[in-house]
Ligand binder design. Structure first.
Ligand SMILES: Nc1ncnc2c1ncn2[C@@H]1O[C@H](COP(=O)(O)OP(=O)(O)OP(=O)(O)O)[C@@H](O)[C@H]1O
Length: 244
């Protein structure tokens, strides 16, 4: 079976600046891809294009075979996307926002209630279910975004820094949740926490200046006698200095 995520020669230019430069890779079911790179490397821009939030300058992205530009509804049906930052609609309560997201996905009645309750259970949000999102701490806001991404149990998850702002216990919980879901899904997570890659990822891609510089399982990178931290610095320090 073909890969659930297919990115081919994806490129994004902002004026004369190339943020994502000819990036190609695929992710199959059962893979958790760690997407790494220094600040400004192009991770969020790549994820936004894959999620259909930003049109590419050139190249294509497909989710379960559906092109994110030409077949956006089919692509989004199979995608859960956690963008950077906090969920929109800050004045909504947690359940209000998740029910709204569920209705947009076409759920109603008891199925909608069940999906909202299950997503809150997975992300441990029951204690704040009636609180407006704007009054939540950063970590809880992050978990609301994650609950929204999981609501329809999609086969593809694209999670931009899913553990950003979480306390150590919650980081542990979210990593365990990703590992539990992994066999059935294709998952991309971006992170700056290199230990997270060893903990949850089956594969790591490092990008620098918008280009892929490494694509390998974390164990292979570490087998070369270097820690992932060393590999990261060796491959990206030059790139950052060049860009500066
Ligand atoms: N809408 C935009 N207009 C102009 N430049 C942009 C826009 N969005 C992103 N960029 C630039 O593209 C580059 C890549 O940004 P991106 O947010 O994808 O990086 P990142 O790898 O996710 O970084 P970080 O680790 O800091 O989140 C940066 O130089 C950024 O300033």
């Amino acid at each position: 079976m073909s890969a659930l995520i297919e990115i081919e020669r994806l490129t994004k230019r902002f004026g004369g600046f190339t943020a994502v430069d000819d990036v190609s890779f695929t992710v199959g079911r059962g893979e958790v891809l760690g997407f790494l790179g220094p600040n400004g490397a192009g991770k969020s821009t790549t994820m936004r294009m894959l999620a259909g939030f930003m049109p590419p300058t050139s190249g294509t992205a497909r989710i379960c075979g559906a092109d994110v530009v030409d077949q956006p509804v089919a692509a989004k049906r199979n995608l859960g996307f956690l963008p950077e930052g906090a969920p929109t609609y800050p004045e909504m309560t947690v359940t209000g926002f998740l029910a709204f997201a569920g209705r947009i996905r076409g759920f109603k009645g008891s199925e909608l209630d069940d999906r909202v309750a299950h997503a809150m259970l997975l992300t441990q949000l029951e204690g704040v279910r009636l609180q407006p999102i704007e009054t939540l701490s950063k970590g809880f806001k992050r978990r609301v975004g994650l609950a929204q991404a999981l609501l329809h149990d999609p086969p593809v998850l694209v999670l931009d820094e899913p553990t950003d702002g979480l306390d150590p216990n919650q980081k542990h919980e979210v990593r365990a949740l990703i590992r539990r879901m992994a066999p059935e899904k294709a998952i991309i997570i971006s992170t700056h926490i290199l230990e997270e890659v060893g903990a949850v990822c089956t594969r790591a891609i490092i990008i620098a200046n918008g280009r892929v510089v490494v694509d390998a399982p974390p164990s292979v990178l570490e087998e070369q006698g270097r820690s992932l931290d060393e590999v990261f610095r060796r491959l990206t320090l030059g790139a950052t200095a060049e860009a500066a």
